[in-house]
Design a protein. Structure first.
Length: 102
């Protein structure tokens, strides 16, 4: 399926959904830049919020985005909100840790 491959430092995020939407949010304040990869997965008649990653970028960092075929998309944390639960944060942490080989 078509999707986005996002590269940041040594991390690769393969973002694709069969039904839903995804986006990259860049928040800039107080000399800090936070990049979040969020979306919504369609479940029946509802759209459930989800998040693949969130990180703070520094001046000079390079972020690249490629629209391409994604064979093995990363699984987002579904049901994510700003008040994400500790369990969801831990799930995302452990998944990213394993994907990055740490």
């Amino acid at each position: 399926m078509k999707g986005f491959r996002i590269l940041y430092e040594n991390r690769v995020f393969n973002i694709a959904l069969e039904k839903g939407s995804c986006g990259i949010l860049i928040e800039y304040s107080d000399e800090k830049c936070k990049i979040s990869i969020n979306g919504a997965i369609k479940v029946g008649d509802k759209a459930e919020p989800c998040r693949w990653a969130s990180f703070e970028a520094k001046a000079g960092d390079i972020v690249s985005i490629e629209f391409t075929d994604i064979e093995n998309p990363d699984n987002p944390v579904v049901g994510w909100t700003e008040s994400v639960s500790v369990e969801q944060e831990l799930e995302l942490y452990h998944r990213l840790k394993a994907e990055l080989g740490y």
